[in-house]
Design a protein around this ligand. Structure first.
Ligand SMILES: [Zn+2]
Length: 326
């Protein structure tokens, strides 16, 4: 692997949805006066979310995120008030929940825009804006899923500009914080081959790296070993962490690894009904013949595979896949 000159941070920044470019302004989250004033500043940008969908517009350059000024969304949701995301040097960004009637009013004014699923739309989005939308979506989903206290069942109240919840029952007053579910994703290799699996629930021909959630009591590496054995009965003798990616579909942090298999004996399982070993050459042939379809280029699964492909002399996998789609 030719990665000696690239550290983990730089590698993770290449992954879509990595929103490191905003200053998150943690120091202002509990300053209610500052938050209230900033929320009505004409320079502030609201990131609208309707039922977890993002406001997007397609044009010839690709998919653009559409932000609103405070004057364009005058009655913020009281139960799920706007959440401070941060500052990009020009604007303050807040995630803002949108009701059904507000959605209709917004779309009436923006005939080219739509509320759409970020995962599919982000293929041709600028990294910065895909990152902002992913960050907004992740917080919005957590707030929506934790409307009630997990201990006493009373309604939770949002605090710290949307980054903390406190139970409204004063005797309980339990605090909760945004939740992320760690998952591992791994490209298993052996010599000049890599292993891709087909999930039983996927459409035909779709193959990808292996992945799974980290279970309580496991390290990330334990999860890699267990998932790979459970899914395809392959034993590993070398595991290397590569990079990570926020994955708000709905609430994961994907931790990407390469792992070397002891041998090429592999099986299948209820989850992965087919596992196949590919060399660079056989993968090119399978893609060209449309026998195999790969994950979209926004995923860390694709990034792990594309880097392996390039480092083994295959060239640009993205281009190959783009040709297949045309
Ligand atoms: Zn409570």
């Amino acid at each position: 692997m030719n990665t000696a000159s690239t550290d983990h941070l730089a590698r993770s920044r290449r992954n879509q949805f990595t929103s490191v470019r905003l200053n998150r302004e943690v120091e202002f989250r509990d300053d209610a006066q500052w938050v209230a004033k900033t929320l009505i500043d004409s320079n502030t940008r609201l990131v609208p979310l309707w039922r977890s969908r993002s406001l997007l517009e397609r044009n010839t350059e690709g998919t653009l995120s559409v932000y609103l000024s405070p004057a364009e969304l005058t009655e913020p949701d009281r139960i799920q008030p706007p959440t401070l995301l941060g500052n990009d040097g020009k604007h303050q960004y807040f995630a803002a929940s949108v009701t059904d009637s507000q959605k209709d009013a917004i779309l009436a004014k923006l005939p080219n825009a739509e509320f759409a699923d970020l995962r599919r739309a982000s293929i041709d989005m600028a990294a910065k804006h895909a990152g902002i939308l992913a960050y907004a979506k992740a917080l919005h989903y957590w707030q929506y899923r934790h409307a009630f206290c997990g201990i006493c069942g009373s309604p939770n109240l949002l605090r710290s500009a949307g980054h903390r919840m406190v139970c409204s029952n004063e005797e309980c007053a339990r605090e909760s914080f945004p939740r992320i579910d760690p998952a591992i994703i791994v490209l298993v290799t052996h010599g000049d081959s890599c292993l891709l699996g087909r999930n039983a629930k996927w459409r035909p021909k779709h193959f990808s790296t292996l992945a799974g959630f980290v279970e309580p009591g496991e390290s990330l590496e334990d999860a890699v070993v267990r998932e790979v054995y459970e899914e395809v009965q392959v034993n590993l003798n070398d595991i290397r962490y590569v990079s990570s990616q926020p994955w708000p579909f709905p609430a994961s942090a994907m931790c990407g690894f390469y792992a070397e298999a002891v041998d090429k004996n592999s099986g299948s399982s209820e989850e992965v009904d087919e596992a196949r070993w590919f060399t660079v050459e056989s993968l090119i042939q399978a893609v060209i013949a449309d026998e195999v379809r790969l994950s979209p280029p926004v995923s860390i699964a694709f990034r792990l595979l594309a880097d392996w492909f390039r480092n083994n002399g295959g060239g640009n996998l993205e281009e190959l896949v783009r040709r297949q789609r045309q």
